[in-house]
Structure formats: C-alpha cells, structure tokens
Write a protein of this length. Structure first.
Length: 455
C-alpha cells in the first residue's frame, strides 16, 4: 500500500500568505465607501492632495501602503477615530495620472491589517499597523466544508439571477479552494452589499463565522432576486396579455368592418361616451358608466348581453343628474290628499265588516265626502306630485274607489236631484244632471288651472 499524504490542516492553509512581511509603519490611504479585501484587485480614484503625494512616494520606493475605509465618507481630513480599525495591506500595480491632477490606480489587497496608532498626519497619514491573523480551527473542518459547498451553490444562483454580475464569477468562485479567500472574493463581488456589511466581513477574523455570515447574506440576496424575478415575470406576463388582447381587439375590429358593423358600433360607442361626459354624473356613477361602456365596446353586437348593457347605459345617461326644477311643494295640501286616500282605504275596509244601518249611512257619507275631495283636487287638474305618487295612487285606488264607488255616488246624486227638481224639461229629457268633467263647484285649493270649461 502506498502512503497517501495527510490532508493539510486549516492552520497550515492559513499560513500560505505569511511569507508577506508587513512593516511596522505604513502610509495610510483613506477610502470613501469602498472596502478592499485581501487577494482582490480594485480600481481606485485618488484626488486629495495628500493622497496624491502618498501614491507618488510609494511608487518611487516600491513600498506597500495601507488602506482603511472612512466611517464618514464626507470627511475631508480623517483622523484615526474616523477610520475603521481593520484595513488591508495593498500593492499598487498601475497608476494613471489625469489632466486635472487626480490619479487612477489598480491596486491589489494582500492581507488584513489592524490600525494601532496614527504616528503622523503630514504630509499624509502614517500609522503603526500589525497583521490581523485569520483563525481557522480543525474542529470546524466539517462545518466549513459544508458552508463552502452551500456558499458556492448559492453564489451560482445569485450570479444567474443578477443582471449586475458577470457569469465568469461563477467559474472563478468554483476554482477557489481556500474558504477564507472564497468568502473574501464573493463578498467583494457583491455590489448590493453595503459598505458597513463588507467592513463587518473584513473585520471577522474567524473563517467559520465569516462564511456563516456570508451564507446568510447570499440567502437574503437570493430571496430578493427570486422575488424580483417573479415580479418581472408577472409584469412580462401582464404585458404579454395586454398585447394579446390588443391584437385580438384589432382583429375583431377588422372582422366587424368586413361585416359592416365596425364603423356604426364605434360611432355609437363614441356618442355614448360624449353623452356620459355631458350628463353631469357624480364621479362614482361616471366611473361605473365608463366601465360599462368599455365593456360594451368589446362585445359583438349580436351578443345576448349587448342590449342589456346598452339599455343600462342609456338609463344612466337619461337620468337628470345635473338638472333641477323650481317647483314649490305644498306639504299641507299633499298631506290632505294622502289623508283622504288613507281614509277611503279605511272606510272601504269597514264596509267588509258587519255595520248597523246608522253606521253604514255614516260610512257612506264620509266615503262620498273623501271621494269628492279627491275628485276635485286630483281628477280635474294637473297635480305636482311625483311620478311614483301618481303610479301608487292609480294602482292602489283606481279599481277599488272609482270603478266601484263613483257609479253608486252618481246614482245617488241623480236620485236626489230628480226628487228636488221633479219632472225634467223636454230639452233635458234623457240626459243626466251630472256629467263627467262638468264644473261642480270650483277647486277648494284655489288651483287656477280649474275653471268651468275644464274637461
């Protein structure tokens, strides 16, 4: 049997970059809203006069620089308390000088640094620094392996869903074996993670804890992207449905034009729309009318619901929404008419019960009086009651009152007049004393529309 080499421990893997010598003092370049991770490349813009001088001297001597992110990006002259305590030892690969005097750099992060103390601020910041060592324990091996696989899988899904991330990042992430470097690479690649969260990742020296934090961030980012993708799909589906409906409506219009229906129907719909606008409807009613009109416009004329919908719209348009009259309602007179009608109904009901001859006579006299009141105030002239009142009166009392009681009333009047006047003159032979529509004593309410010529 051949002896297989033992798998190196995480402590041995973490010492791969320990050959880098970090000087005890380094010039400090403050960064605004930017986190530089170890083993990553990044473009930087430098415009401060002190920072430009720092870069020039560092390039001349080939020395490393330290970069630390400012807590407040608006600070122009940051001091030690204005910088985060953990930064990155950095090597400047390329520098481009622009006409305005500012610089564009391509830098590479090398290792984590801890800011101990600022030793000078002129002509630029210099500070005592020390390397911030990562911690990886053998007992965390199993959990870190599981986290590493999960992180790679989640990152692949994030890259596939995000329009901001290149597909090449998936290949690069899969090629990284070291868990600490993998966490740093993915954290630096996620543009949606804020500066504070990235700084937290930079300051987390325990690799297992850093990977656990990164995994939570990836899961949250994945949920956001999936929700965004779902919303986008719904929007596209709705847009597709609207486009489909548009094409179908256009086809329907073309078919209707071929059948000779389209132009007339479109004109009819437009006329109804103008009537709705001119009707003066309240806003809720107008909204309902327009909704029903839009529904009507999509129906074929031969549809069963077309006539129902059209009639409904015509009814809405015909109502006098913005019209008023100057009528004066006489409540006292209206009450007297209604009281008479109620009395007639009551008296008629009493006649269906056993009554003594005296009670029958009193009932008949009162009934004749009430009928005469309605006859003078309602039948011989125009009344300013509502249409509903007219319909109610006609349906409730016409058959019972006028068809049954008036002939008997006329007979009684004829008998009394005949007994009073005796024999009729020859000129009046064969005629009645009382004729329908004849003047019988004036209108008790003083209505000017009633006179002796009323028919």
């Amino acid at each position: 049997m051949s002896d297989l080499p033992e798998k190196p421990s995480f402590e041995e893997l973490s010492t791969a970059d320990k050959s880098l010598v970090i000087p005890p003092e380094l010039p400090v370049l403050p960064l605004r809203d930017t986190i530089l991770f170890p083993n990553s490349f990044m473009p930087l813009a430098v415009a401060r006069e002190s920072s430009v001088r720092l870069i020039d001297e560092a390039l001349g001597t080939g020395k490393l620089i330290a970069v630390f992110t400012q807590r407040d990006a608006a600070m122009e002259e940051p001091a030690q308390e204005d910088l985060y305590p953990v930064g990155t030892a950095t090597h400047i690969h390329k520098m481009f000088k622009l006409p305005d005097g500012s610089l564009r750099l391509i830098v590479q992060g090398l290792a984590r640094l801890h800011l101990d103390d600022v030793v000078s601020t002129e002509p630029y910041l210099r500070a005592r620094v020390r390397r911030a060592e990562e911690r990886m324990r053998d007992e965390d091996r199993l959990e870190i392996d599981a986290l590493q696989r999960t992180i790679k899988s989640n990152f692949q899904q994030v890259v596939s869903l995000s329009p901001l991330l290149s597909d090449d990042l998936q290949t690069l992430a899969l090629s990284i074996a070291d868990p600490g470097r993998l966490a740093d690479f993915i954290a630096s690649s996620l543009s949606t993670i804020g500066t504070a969260l990235k700084q937290e990742m930079l300051e987390t020296l325990d690799v297992r804890e850093r990977m656990a934090n990164l995994n939570r961030m990836l899961i949250k980012e994945l949920e956001v992207l999936e929700l965004g993708s779902k919303i986008q799909s719904q929007v596209q589906s709705e847009v597709g449905k609207n486009q489909r409906d548009y094409f179908l409506r256009e086809q329907m219009k073309a078919i209707q034009r071929e059948l000779g229906e389209g132009d007339d129907q479109a004109k009819e719909i437009e006329e109804l729309r103008e009537k709705i606008e001119a009707a003066g409807m309240p806003e809720p009613v107008k909204k309902e009318a327009v909704r029903e009109l839009d529904r009507l416009a999509k129906m074929p004329v031969a549809a069963a619901e077309y006539t129902v919908s059209r009639t409904y719209i015509d009814w809405l348009v015909a109502l006098p929404w913005a019209k008023r009259t100057d009528d004066e309602i006489d409540l006292a007179r209206t009450k007297s008419i209604l009281d008479a009608e109620h009395d007639i109904a009551r008296l008629l009901a009493e006649r269906d019960t056993p009554l003594t001859p005296k009670e029958q006579k009193a009932n008949l006299a009162l009934l004749q009086s009430r009928i005469a009141t309605l006859w003078q105030t309602r039948m011989l002239r125009y009344s300013k009651l509502t249409v509903a009142d007219e319909i109610d009166n006609a349906l409730s009392y016409y058959r019972i009152t006028f068809l049954r009681e008036l002939p008997a009333l006329y007979d009684d009047i004829e008998d009394e007049l005949g007994a009073h006047f005796g024999t009729r003159p020859a000129a009046l032979a064969g005629t009645s004393y009382v004729q329908m529509g004849s003047w019988i004593g004036g209108d008790r309410d003083g209505n000017p529309n009633v006179n002796a010529d009323t028919r």
